[in-house]
Structure formats: structure tokens, C-alpha cells
Design a protein around this ligand. Structure first.
Ligand SMILES: Nc1ncnc2c1ncn2[C@@H]1O[C@H](COP(=O)(O)OP(=O)(O)OP(=O)(O)O)[C@@H](O)[C@H]1O
Length: 660
């Protein structure tokens, strides 16, 4: 693909570009020259660096990003193909803020993801083109990029300083000292205006914390901690009020002025934000409409016959100009004609010198370089501390869990108050034990589903940056959550057991609490398994309780497992409710004696053993039910671990434009 360009011709182009054109002033003509110039400068710098025997550090390095023939298509199940990006070319330069604008659905996020090497892998998608950084394939430069995604997701109970310190420990070079990391955190907080909120927790819907703008700036700081010189941001102002949006954009402008290459997508900024852009890339339906200096865009469109009215926000004008109006077929035809003409106009393309383009074979990005990031031991300690803080500090969740367990225990305690030893108390006992098993399971499942589905997204993002692996994360999580997880069934059991006057022996009371606690862990492990496998938090919230209802039905009280149809035999075996209920019944009934009714009706149970026989539990022991429960727990943990391992974030490979 590369055009053979002689040294003389390139030098002439460089000279002309230097004399006539400030950077990006006339994109079409300047495109080849600027890129060739960039390459020459880079070559010169590289020679100088070699001569001095030094390699450039990420702090001083300038990143020049170029792309050509970038096309992304997706084919649906019926074989219909949709073009998300159509042969795009462009460049992002150091020291400049490039904004990607366009109507909703024009391909801004797709382009940003493609440039960052983070287009989520989809079966029927094809991503083709050339991307290079300083004339090299992107794979080699990917570690130097930061990507701030649209949604700011964090562990809600961590403070700004703790979040940044953790990012520093995980992503700064292993050789950095704690003092280096602390200095980097302080300096980033100062730079991004976060010093005042250093010790504020991030917060969530339940607990007040950082403002939207502060969260966005924290996201930027977390990316900057690894000193990337190329920063991508997807809609950094979305969801922010105009004041916060302006502050975030000022931060980006400042980063660009310091020499970073900053690329952001933005929907419809206010005019003061538009004025901050150095370069603009305008898209419509995946095609380029304008690429060049932001302050030249209005002039260009005026020359094309579309003048922006006075005192009109240029961003609004441009959005209207390149939008296709679907309100009627006539409007659609007219607007398509207008946009089509603009796409064909000269400023719609940037001609790049392709001799320096390399195709990227693979661009799974942002994994730390060898020698970067924390050791396994440090990762485990950091993750354990974060999980512990997240659980212990989440007072809203802990208080509501405690209140729900206490109130359930009080309600059931009063319903089953002092059961006694009558014949009726046998059925009541069974009812109470079933209710206790269901309560412990539901409470723990709901909490895990709520928390884990959100946490999974954060962890996936951190793993895609190579911050840590599944093993230290999973072990740390289990270790941190166990003590708190055990508190709630203990609380419930300690109230309900004496209130109902269950078996008086202390050892039976301890076993009762042990069974409920193990069941609660198993239910939580089911929540993890469902949360890991479900495609979204909403899906997890739908699947989890559905599975639990099935386990309740086969919980040993409503259906006798001996009569279960063969195809459903696995359900009682997997039913954590059944194992808990069986264990609780054996623990309660063995050795108890019941009063016979005066009439001495047939079928009455005089002993606990006879009551167990009615449920066909006569051959069970507490130990066997605990072992069965432990097997379900181990399976759920193993399953979750495997799914998390297998569900590593995967990104679309960039293929060569010529690739069939
Ligand atoms: N995985 C996918 N499968 C099918 N269509 C997709 C996929 N990803 C993106 N698209 C489609 O590609 C088009 C561009 O999407 P993209 O998210 O890049 O647009 P955008 O300009 O960022 O939009 P917005 O401003 O609304 O976020 C949209 O029509 C979208 O529906």
C-alpha cells in the first residue's frame, strides 16, 4: 500500500508545510506533510536518543497517532451488513486536544474503541485498517495509552486517595518506592483538583460521595497514574452539569498543553467547550465529514454553502448539519444528499503518507509491561484490604441486612413462639426450619447479586489493564467477605432459636447456627456463579431468584425427593435449601420426645426419629448434610472462578485492509 515517496519530494512537502501551514490548518494538504514531518521528527529524535545512549521515558515521550482505511462492519444473523466506520483516516497529535463529534450513532465510540484497541469482540464483526503510533504498530505503544470510559465505576466505599493509591501500587513500575507512589498520587490529586476531596469516599446511590465531575476527574487521574502520553476519553462530559463539564474539559486542555495527545468523543458541547478543541473530527453515519483544525471548521462549511448563523453554538450547528433527518422520506432524502455532498467535499479526507503505516496484528492493549505492576503478594494484600474496606464501611447495606434479619427473626420467633412438644409442634418445627433455611439463603443471595454484578464490571476493566489476575481477586474477596457474611445468619439464628424454644441442648444450638452459616455461604456462592455468568446485572437479578425458587420447591418440605422425576433429580442434589433443611431437621428432631394426643390417633409420631421417618430423613446425619452442602459450595466457587477466568475482556483484532 505504501507510496514510494522520494526524499526530495518529502523534504519539499515538509518545507512547504513548515513555511505555509501551521499544524493542521489545511488538513487535506497538510495531512501528508504533517505526518511525514512527524515521522521525520521522530526518526531524528530516535537517532539523537540512540546517540546519547538514552531511551525516551514515558514522561517526555510524544505520541502521534495515525490511522487510515479504518473500517468496521457488523453482519446480523440474516446476513445483512452494517458499516459502523467507513474507511476513516486521521491523526491525533501531541500537545493537541482532538474532539470526535457527530450525531448519536455516528460511530464516535466505535472509532475511539478502535483507536484504543478496545472494540469488544463480537462474532460477526470485522475491524480493518492501519493504526500506527509514532510510525510503529499500535501494539507496541498500547501500553502507553490511558482510556477513560463513559461510565465512572469505582468501589463506592474507597476514598479518592485510597483509590488512586491502589491504582498507583497496581500500575506504577515495580521499582517505584512507596514514597514515589505517594508523591505521584499527591501530584495527580493537585493537578486534577481533587486534593480537597482526598479523604471523601466515592459513594453510590445509597451513600453520598463525590460529585459527577469529581468522579470523572478521578477516572482521569486513575488513567494518568501509569503516565500514558496518549489519553482517550469517551464522552467525558456526559451526565455532568455545564460547570462540571467545563472543569473536566479544562483539565483535558491542560493535559494537552503539557504535551499529552488527547482524543475525546463528545456529543454536543457548549460553545465555550467547543472553543477549547484544537482539532475536530466530524462523523456522520460512520463516515468522515470533516477532519482538521476546530477553528477552521465553520469557514470550511461556509465555503460549502452552509454558513453558521451569528451567535449560534458551532457544535449545535455542526450536529444539525451532519444529521440525517428521518422524520419523513423527503426530509431523509434531502438531508442524505446534503451530508453526502459534505462527505465528498475536500475537507472530508486527510491524505496520509502511508509509507510509515504498519498494520496491527494484535492490539489487546494496556497490559502492563514486564516489570510494571504489583507482585502477586502485593496484589493479594491490596485486594484483600479493598474488599474488607468495601464491606465494613458499607454501613447502609450492613444496617439494612442486619435490620432485615432481626425483623424476620422477630416475626418468625413470634409466629412460632415456644413450640412445646405437642403433635402440632412437629409440623410447626418443620415449617420453621424450612423458613429459616429459606431466609438465610435469600438474604445472602440478594446481597451478593446486588454487589457482585456491579463489582464484576470494575474488575473486568481493571483486569483488561493488566492490574491483577482472577486468583488473587477471588481469594481476597472470599477471605474478606466471610466474617461479615457469617454475622447475619448468626444474628437471625440467635433470636429465632430461643424464641421458638427449639432443642434445648447447647450443642444443637451451635450446630443450628453452623448449618445456617454454611448455607448462607453456599447461597452467596450461588449469587457469585449467577453474577459471573449473567450477561448483565439485570439478568443476574432475574436469574438468581428464579433458581432459588426452584431450590425452595425442591427444598425437602414441599416435594419428597424420592418422588422427583428422573430428569429433575439433580435439582434436589443442588438445592442448598434441601441440604440445610435436612441438616436442621436431623439436628432438631433426633432424641426429642413428643406428647401423644389423648385420642392417640393413628400415625402420630412419639419421637423425633419417627418424625424424621415421615420425611424419609431417617438415614441422614448432620455430618452428611453438611458434606453435601460443602460440595455445592465448592462447585459454585469453582464454577465462578472458571467463568471469571474464561470471561477475560476480549477485543476485536485489527485486520489488514486488504484482508478478505
Ligand atoms: N456491537 C454492535 N452491534 C451492532 N451494532 C452496533 C454495535 N456497536 C455499535 N453499533 C452501532 O453502530 C453505530 C455507532 O455506534 P456508536 O456507539 O459508535 O455511536 P456514537 O456516535 O458513539 O453514539 P452515541 O453518541 O449515541 O453514544 C450505532 O448505530 C450502533 O447501534
Amino acid at each position: 500500500m505504501g507510496l514510494p515517496v522520494s526524499g526530495g519530494l518529502v523534504d519539499f512537502a515538509l518545507g512547504a508545510a513548515l513555511i505555509i501551514l501551521p499544524q493542521y490548518k489545511i488538513p487535506l494538504a497538510a495531512g501528508a506533510a504533517t505526518i511525514a514531518l512527524g515521522k521525520r521528527l521522530k526518526e531524528r529524535k530516535s537517532v539523537e536518543a540512540k546517540q546519547k545512549g538514552s531511551s525516551s521515558t514515558s514522561e517526555t515521550e510524544k505520541i502521534e497517532l495515525q490511522w487510515t482505511e479504518l473500517t468496521c462492519t457488523i453482519t446480523d444473523k440474516k446476513g445483512r451488513s452494517k458499516t459502523l466506520l467507513d474507511g476513516l483516516q486521521g491523526q491525533a497529535l501531541p500537545g493537541r486536544l482532538l474532539s470526535i463529534m457527530g450525531p448519536s450513532g455516528s460511530g464516535k465510540t466505535t472509532l475511539l474503541n478502535a483507536l484504543a484497541g478496545q472494540v469488544p469482540q463480537t462474532k460477526r464483526m470485522a475491524l480493518k485498517g492501519n493504526i500506527s503510533i509514532n510510525g510503529e504498530p499500535q501494539q507496541s505503544a498500547a501500553r502507553r495509552q490511558g482510556y477513560v470510559q463513559q461510565d465512572d465505576i469505582f468501589f463506592s466505599q474507597m476514598t479518592v486517595r485510597e483509590t488512586l493509591s491502589m491504582a498507583a501500587a497496581l500500575r506504577m513500575p515495580r521499582t517505584s518506592t512507596p514514597e514515589d507512589r505517594s508523591a505521584a498520587v499527591d501530584s495527580l490529586m493537585a493537578k486534577l483538583g481533587l486534593t480537597q476531596s482526598a479523604d471523601t469516599i466515592i459513594g453510590n446511590a445509597k451513600t453520598r460521595g463525590l460529585s459527577g465531575g469529581e468522579k470523572k476527574r478521578l477516572s482521569i487521574a486513575c488513567e494518568l497514574i501509569s503516565s500514558p502520553r496518549l489519553l482517550f476519553l469517551d464522552e467525558p462530559t456526559s451526565g455532568l452539569d455545564s460547570f462540571q463539564a467545563e472543569k473536566v474539559m479544562q483539565t483535558l486542555k491542560q493535559l494537552a498543553e503539557e504535551g499529552h495527545t488527547v482524543v475525546c468523543s463528545i456529543h454536543q458541547p457548549r460553545s465555550s467547550i467547543y472553543a477549547m478543541f484544537d482539532d475536530l473530527l466530524l462523523l456522520s453515519e460512520g463516515r468522515l465529514v470533516y477532519a482538521g483544525a476546530a477553528d477552521q471548521a465553520l469557514k470550511h462549511f461556509e465555503q460549502e454553502g452552509h454558513a453558521c448563523p451569528q451567535h449560534y453554538n458551532p457544535a449545535d450547528f455542526l450536529a444539525d448539519l451532519v444529521s440525517v433527518d428521518h422524520s419523513s422520506s423527503d426530509q431523509e432524502r434531502l438531508s442524505r444528499e446534503r451530508v453526502g455532498k459534505l462527505q465528498a467535499a475536500p475537507r472530508a479526507s486527510v491524505t496520509l503518507h502511508q509509507g510509515s503505516q504498519h498494520n496491527t496484528a494484535s492490539q489487546n492493549s494496556a497490559a502492563p509491561e514486564p516489570g510494571r505492576g504489583a507482585s502477586l503478594g502485593l496484589q493479594s494484600r491490596l485486594l484483600l484490604r479493598r474488599s474488607w474496606r468495601q464491606i465494613v464501611r458499607d454501613k447502609a447495606t450492613n444496617v439494612s441486612r442486619a435490620m432485615s434479619n432481626v425483623s424476620s427473626a422477630l416475626i418468625f420467633g413470634s409466629i412460632y413462639w415456644r413450640l412445646g412438644r405437642s403433635q402440632i409442634s412437629i409440623q410447626d418445627r418443620m415449617g420453621l426450619l424450612q423458613v429459616a433455611a429459606v431466609n438465610a439463603a435469600m438474604s445472602s443471595l440478594t446481597k451478593t447479586l446486588n454487589v457482585f454484578s456491579v463489582e464484576r464490571s470494575i474488575v473486568a476493566r481493571e483486569r483488561s489493564k493488566g492490574s491483577y489476575g482472577v486468583t488473587p481477586y477471588f481469594l481476597a474477596k472470599l477471605a474478606a467477605e466471610s466474617p461479615i457474611g457469617a454475622l447475619f445468619p448468626l444474628l437471625f439464628g440467635s433470636i429465632v432459636y430461643p424464641a421458638a424454644g427449639l432443642n434445648q441442648k447447647l450443642s444443637r444450638f451451635a450446630t443450628f447456627l453452623g448449618i445456617l452459616t454454611l448455607e448462607s455461604f453456599t447461597s452467596s456462592s450461588l449469587g457469585l456463579a449467577v453474577g459471573a455468568v449473567a450477561p448483565s446485572p439485570d439478568a443476574a437479578m432475574a436469574i438468581g431468584p428464579g433458581v432459588m425458587v426452584l431450590f425452595i420447591v425442591f427444598g425437602g418440605f414441599y416435594v419428597n425427593s424420592a418422588t422427583v422425576p428422573r430428569v429433575l433429580r439433580w435439582v434436589p442434589r443442588a438445592s442448598l435449601i434441601q441440604h440445610a433443611f435436612r441438616g436442621l431437621c436431623v439436628n432438631e428432631f433426633q432424641g426429642l420426645e413428643f406428647e401423644q394426643s389423648k385420642a392417640g390417633a393413628k400415625g402420630e409420631a412419639g419421637t423425633g426419629e419417627e418424625a424424621l421417618q415421615r420425611l424419609t430423613f431417617q438415614d441422614l446425619t448432620v455430618r452428611s448434610t453438611l458434606a453435601a452442602q460443602a460440595r455445592v459450595l465448592a462447585f459454585n466457587y469453582w464454577f465462578t472462578y472458571c467463568v471469571l477466568k474464561a470471561r477475560r475482556p476480549r477485543f476485536q483484532q485489527l485486520e489488514s485492509p486488504g484482508h478478505a
